[in-house]
Design a protein around this ligand. Structure first.
Ligand code: SF4
Length: 363
């Protein structure tokens, strides 16, 4: 049996697909499991013990690229020493994502019906009802068949990424070796989805100052993509302590290795937040417009920082009400309280404003 998993396009979704791959591995112990993933996700799938090989694609987001898909399917169909693929699991719901396994004539093609993929997939699961957002991790894991037991998505069954200690040592030497200080704190201030998911830069800057008041030797590093560089530069400029902007400087593999050496991470609801949780790094996850019940950080060491506000979650990319209170009212002091618990420090005295609260919980 040779399985092809067609990966989603986002880091967080890729990480939340691991329990599905683990279930496939346990169900088919002798199977070879390969992942077809966008090039930028290769490091994530290569950090999963259950995956035998990652094959990468260079398709542009939202683009059909028919010729390239046919060429990829042909290469998969031609096979190699491991024989032909017998099964495919297609994780994205788009029509075009199911084309390659169909063109490659993989006999069993599994996935959600998605965009009316009746001909392309021959083992289909009905889409979740419209407006209903079940936990993403369960949505993927269910594609392995019915659940055989009660799963602990925050404990034994959570996503786990494994980083080679040699990669950690190399990344540390390259980016943070002059910082012998502790703790090393990671900030992930980006969110590809849109500004409604981003905690204000002045809050990140103030949080660094609050930490530094109690941990004078702390060092702060912003991780993210090249697109996050300007946001991180603003944080570095605003903070009265040194914040090193590594956004866009590191590869994803290096970011994984660096994150593994951090004592804590503070992150917007983004792929890097899921990465920290999957690496067992204590993370404070900042939620505003999105719903932590749908895509929480899967780790008991993670905490969720958000304020109760009627309009949340709105899932908008930009605040439709203009005030952006879900994130603005989530003050650095409130977040510091949760971070301090991770660092073993006394919480700062909050400076509450009227009607403000926090409902952080352990995920
Ligand atoms: S509408 Fe509410 S939840 Fe949505 S972005 Fe604005 S403040 Fe946040």
């Amino acid at each position: 049996m040779r399985i092809l998993v067609v990966a989603p396009n986002w880091i967080g979704d890729a990480i939340m697909s691991q329990p599905l791959i683990r279930r496939l591995r346990l169900q088919h112990l002798r199977a070879r499991i390969e992942v077809l993933a966008p090039k930028h996700l290769a490091a994530v799938y290569e950090s999963m013990n259950e995956v035998d090989r990652v094959q990468t694609t260079s398709f542009l987001h939202g683009s059909l690229q028919w010729k390239e898909r046919v060429a990829t399917a042909r290469a998969l169909r031609a096979g190699d020493a491991h024989g032909p693929f017998t099964h495919a699991w297609v994780l994205p719901n788009s029509w075009k994502s199911a084309l390659i396994p169909w063109l490659a004539r993989i006999p069993v093609r599994c996935g959600y019906t998605g965009e009316g993929r009746w001909g392309l997939l021959n083992r289909r699961w009905p889409n979740p009802p419209k407006g209903h957002r079940p936990p993403m991790i369960e949505t993927y894991a269910a594609l392995a068949g019915g659940f055989e037991r009660k799963y602990d998505w925050f404990g034994a069954d959570r996503p786990r990424l494994v980083v080679d200690p040699a990669h950690v040592a190399i990344a540390k030497a390259k980016y943070i070796d002059r910082h012998t200080a502790r703790p090393l704190i990671g900030f992930c201030p980006g969110a590809e989805y849109g500004p409604a998911k981003r905690w204000p830069v002045e809050h990140f800057a103030r949080l660094a100052e609050l930490v530094a008041e109690r941990h004078p030797d702390a060092a702060f590093f912003c991780l993210g993509s090249p697109k996050d560089k300007p946001v991180a530069a603003e944080i570095a400029a605003l903070a009265h302590v040194e914040v090193t902007n590594l956004c866009g400087n590191t590869s994803l593999r290096e970011a994984l290795a660096l994150m593994r050496s951090f004592q804590a991470v503070v992150s917007n609801d983004s792929g890097l937040m899921h990465m920290a949780a999957a690496l067992d790094v204590p993370v404070v996850a900042l939620y505003g417009s999105t719903d932590p019940r749908h895509t929480p950080p899967h780790n008991t060491q993670a905490t969720i920082a958000r304020i109760p506000i009627e309009c949340s979650p709105c899932f908008a990319r930009e605040c439709p009400l203009g005030h952006f209170r879900c994130m603005r009212d989530l003050t650095p002091e409130l977040v510091y309280e949760q971070l301090a618990a991770r660092l073993g420090a006394a919480p700062a005295q909050p400076t509450p404003s009227p009607g403000q609260g926090a409902d952080g919980r352990r995920a």
